[in-house]
Design a protein around this ligand. Structure first.
Ligand SMILES: *Cc1c(COP(=O)(O)O)cnc(C)c1O
Length: 233
């Protein structure tokens, strides 16, 4: 097996075991391969093994790879912080945006989403651990933001995303994911979003995917365990 195939099968086994431990159907958790800082060839190798969804955090870097891989039938998720002057290029070139944390950004994405494309699939990012330096809306603001995003014509609100603060304590780890799950459930039940579509919970990375799956994650975002250590230029 290629390196990419080995890493992919290690991750899918971890996901399957976590689903078994949680009493969940493995088909309910999808894998987003987080390819930021890795070259187009690394994406191509994983795509050859059947992986279709890739997550990127830096727009210019992502665009170069999208152009190199045009025609490969991949799904692109934008997962990084979004500045207002970047929304048009994101609206034109991604299938999903997981990092919407304020209405101004969502409004621009909706206005700038080309008519020829399907509605942008959107997750609202929540700062679930309340870290001062992190992006994401405050948990207490999430319902209002979700309700406003749900009303925008060219977006489809699909759920929540979070990056909990790193912790060595498994109890704390699960606690943050549990709060996210509870928030997701409350918003879905609020009557202010389309509950049938609001069914995605993007949580869990290379080090904590098991805890996230125990607490209801429907999509894990895996970088290091698939591609190796990142080296920032
Ligand atoms: C980089 C990144 C990941 C992947 O993290 P790993 O620990 O390398 O698996 C997941 N989600 C977001 C939002 C990221 O920026």
């Amino acid at each position: 097996m290629s390196n990419a195939a080995t890493r992919l099968s290690t991750i899918t086994s971890r996901m399957r075991r976590a689903c078994e431990a949680a009493g969940r159907d493995p088909a309910t958790v999808s894998l987003l391969a987080v390819s930021k800082t890795f070259p187009a060839q690394a994406i191509s190798a994983l795509a050859d093994c059947g992986q279709r969804a890739f997550g990127e955090s830096y727009l210019q870097e992502a665009r170069a790879k999208q152009i190199a891989l045009a025609g490969r039938d991949l799904l692109w998720h934008f997962i990084g912080p979004i500045q207002s002057n970047k929304t048009r290029e994101i609206a034109e070139n991604f299938d999903w945006v997981e990092s919407v944390d304020r209405l101004r950004i969502a409004t621009r994405l909706s206005e700038q989403r080309p008519e020829a494309l399907a509605p942008m699939q959107v997750l609202v990012q929540v700062n679930i651990s309340g870290e001062a330096t992190k992006s994401g809306c405050a948990p207490e603001d999430a319902l209002e933001l979700c309700a406003a995003v749900a009303a925008l014509p060219r977006l489809q609100l699909r759920g929540l995303m979070a990056i909990p603060a790193p912790t060595e304590d498994p109890q704390c780890e699960r606690g943050a994911f549990a709060r996210l799950r509870e928030l997701h459930r409350n918003i879905a039940a609020s009557g202010r979003v389309d509950a049938a579509r609001f069914n995605c919970l993007s949580a869990g990375m290379s080090d904590d995917l098991e805890a996230a799956i125990m607490e209801g994650s429907t999509q894990v975002r895996i970088g290091t365990a698939l591609f190796g250590e990142r080296h920032y230029a």
